[in-house]
Structures are given as C-alpha cells and as structure tokens.
Design a protein around this ligand. Structure first.
Ligand code: FES
Length: 168
C-alpha cells in the first residue's frame, strides 16, 4: 500500500482494480441470489389453499321447524321442514353465481316462501327447484349429516340427490 504523500490524503484509497473486483463480486452475488429465489419458486408446489368444504352448523335445535336459514359465510341454506328433517342447498345461483336470499313472504302461487336471486331475478322453491329463470338448473343440494357429538355437518364438496334428507 502506498504511503500518503501529504497528511490530508486518506491512508487507505480504493484502487480501480479493487473497485472492479468488488463490483464483479456484487454482480455475481446478485445473480446467485436471484437464481436461488427462482429455483425455490420453481420447486415449490403451486398450491392454492382453499377453505375446507365441510363445516359444522350447530345443533339441530338451533333451527326451528319449517325454517330456511342462510349461512352467509358458507353460502349454504339449511332447510328444516315441518316434519323435522333437514337438507342443505347451495345458495350460489346456477345462472351466474350470485348469492340467493330467502324470501319468507313468497310470491303468488308460492306463499310458503321462495329463494330469490337478486342479480337477474331467478326464483327457486325452498327445495331448490327453478320457478323462474334465467337460472338453468336447480340449486345444488349438498350433503348434511350429524357428527358423533350431535352437530350438523355440511359438506359443500359432496353433492347429493333430492332423496338425501337428514332425520334427527
Ligand atoms: Fe342469479 Fe343471474 S346470477 S339470476
């Protein structure tokens, strides 16, 4: 290392060679880091974590006889008929996917109440059948069972036929 020629000059100076060595090292480090990040992203599974399709919906006694209850965050209606049995319907309209609402006041010819879509006017019976379009098909019926501890368990991932009812 050179001795400073006068006292005001700093003792250590950055040489041109040293500067370019550091610049090169930094560039190699940046490229290596970027490659490592890209490799990690490539090797990591591209998994979309979705909420579980099954959920507990409380005790049967939480639902009065002859009731239709929308569980808004699950987009499911839980229907309890006068006879006491249950079934569950998806609240997702089969036209373009809006969330339908329960209208207990019903309409002419269906005073028992209807399920109505606010988007384009589709109407469904309380069993999910299409009363008026444009919905092309009935609301999906999803599985409802009872857990060992006596709670209602709805599985939106399992579609069932109209014959599936839960007697409690
Ligand atoms: Fe329900 Fe269009 S989305 S009627």
């Amino acid at each position: 290392m050179e001795e400073p020629k006068n006292k005001n000059e700093p003792k250590e100076t950055i040489t041109r060679r040293y500067f370019f060595e550091m610049l090169g090292s930094s560039a190699i480090g940046a490229v290596t880091f970027g490659s490592a990040v890209l490799t990690y992203q490539y090797l990591s599974p591209n998994v979309l974590l979705e909420p579980p399709m099954a959920f507990k919906a409380g005790k049967p006694d939480d639902y009065p006889l002859d009731s239709v209850t929308l569980i808004p965050n699950q987009k499911v209606f839980i229907v309890r008929e006068k006879a006491g049995y249950f079934y569950a319907l998806s609240a997702i309209c089969t036209h373009l996917g809006c969330i339908a609402n329960w209208k207990p006041e019903g309409i002419e010819g269906h005073p028992e109440g209807i399920i109505a879509c606010p988007c384009h006017g589709s109407k469904f019976s309380r069993t999910g059948e299409v009363l008026t379009g444009p919905a092309p098909q009935a609301l999906a019926r999803v599985q409802i069972t009872l857990t060992d501890s006596g709670e209602l368990l709805v599985d939106k991932g399992t579609l069932v036929g109209e014959e599936q009812i839960l007697k409690v």
